[in-house]
Write a protein of this length. Structure first.
Length: 125
């Protein structure tokens, strides 16, 4: 067993293709689509290196409910926090908390995606 508290995250969505397009637009990073198949869960995987850090995905499946009030995940947007925050409205989301200093841990922001999920952003710069 690893000592890390977190090794994967999932953001529940209603429309996997629409959600994938939104996150690719704001993060300027391609995602890998995985069809539902036998497990019944369609996924779009965020770019990551599992050996170096946490990975995660958007998930669409029966019973998976998106929306605020659940778990807050923070996406690493190192060096591009302002750029990501600027792209959110045009992509269909809403900035909830603009760039906010969290000394000595860098900066954060929070947005609402088109499915109503609240998602955090983090950058040291």
């Amino acid at each position: 067993m690893k000592d890390d508290a977190l090794n994967w995250f999932e953001i529940f969505v209603n429309d996997i293709d629409k959600a994938k397009a939104f996150y690719e637009a704001i993060l300027k990073s391609p995602m890998t689509s995985i069809p539902a198949g036998d497990c019944g869960i369609a996924m779009a995987i965020f770019a990551c290196n599992p050996e170096l850090g946490v990975g995660g995905a958007l998930c669409q499946a029966e019973g998976y409910k998106p929306g605020p009030g659940g778990t807050m995940v923070y996406l690493n947007v190192e060096g591009d926090l302002d750029g990501v925050l600027e792209r959110i409205p045009a992509a269909g989301g809403k900035v909830i908390k603009p760039r906010t200093a969290i000394p000595p841990h860098g900066f954060m922001g929070i947005f609402e995606d088109p499915d109503g999920n609240l998602v955090g952003l983090h950058s040291m710069a």
